[in-house]
Design a protein around this ligand. Structure first.
Ligand code: ADP
Length: 239
């Protein structure tokens, strides 16, 4: 594929569940995400957001349709190849941070990148330290994850998602489990990574106020994209 700016392209994606009685949850979804975008995926509960996110995140396969990430068609890869492609091309931030509680903050950032070596080289350690500084945790990087607050743990999860510099970060209700102040801090962090470094985010959220701070709002209803709006976000700097 020629378009180097396209980080995600899905075409005609459907997903059905059930064996005898099939229920179609996604009805031919088309979506393109370009490098540097900061987009929200919104929609009522049950509209298919998680199903779509799982397919875009290569955690599930569509019943039909195509998924391309960073120009690579994914639909026909083996499970092993899909797992490798996922770790190379995607970062994930979930509602619950899923840190390993017995490991330190910096170890949690480095572990997904350890690969088969099972340990960190100096370049990886330097990158993890820099990211933890960037998320405001330079004083906490050697604390165990179990000793961190919810907001701090989510910041570690963001550093972990960014550590291998993936072309796309998928965030599923990244502030859903935080109090208002921590949620605002975490969201601002994502926004700043996007503005300052061009990191591409697609954020699933229930929160209209957060969606209003994104550059693009994609709305899913009953398994179909019903609107896709590009806009000046509410907190854009004055021109
Ligand atoms: P949302 O994230 O927008 O709340 P979901 O993607 O979780 O929506 O669910 C969309 C619909 O698909 C719901 O009706 C849900 O019950 C159904 N669904 C999701 N996963 C499965 C599954 N594994 N088996 C059967 N139905 C499912």
């Amino acid at each position: 594929m020629a378009d180097a700016d396209m980080v995600l392209e899905i075409r005609g994606v459907t997903r059905e569940f059930g064996n005898k009685t099939k229920t179609r949850v996604l009805h031919g979804v088309d979506l393109q995400i370009r490098r540097g975008e900061f987009s929200a995926l919104i929609g009522p509960s049950g509209s298919g957001k998680s199903t779509l996110l799982n397919i875009m995140g290569l955690l599930d396969r569509p019943t039909s349709g195509e998924v391309c990430i960073a120009g690579q068609p994914m639909t026909h890869l083996s499970d092993d190849a899909l797992t490798r492609a996922r770790s190379r091309t995607l970062g994930f931030v979930f509602q619950f941070h899923h840190l390993l509680p017995a490991f330190t903050a910096i170890e949690n950032v480095m572990i997904p990148a350890w690969g088969d070596r099972g340990q960190a080289d100096s370049a990886l350690r330097a990158r993890a330290e820099a990211l933890l500084r960037d998320v405001g945790l330079s004083e906490r990087m050697h604390n165990r994850a179990s000793d961190l607050s919810g907001g701090e743990a989510q910041r570690v999860a963001i550093a972990r998602a960014l550590c291998q510099n993936p072309p796309l970060i998928l965030a599923d209700e990244p502030t859903g489990n935080l109090d208002t102040q921590s949620a605002d801090g975490v969201f601002t962090l994502l926004r700043n990574f996007n503005r300052q470094r061009g990191t591409t985010f697609l954020i699933v959220t229930h929160d209209d106020r957060l969606a209003a701070r994104c550059d693009r709002i994609i709305r899913l209803v009953d398994g179909r994209i019903v609107s896709d709006e590009r806009r000046a976000p509410a907190d854009s700097p004055a021109p």
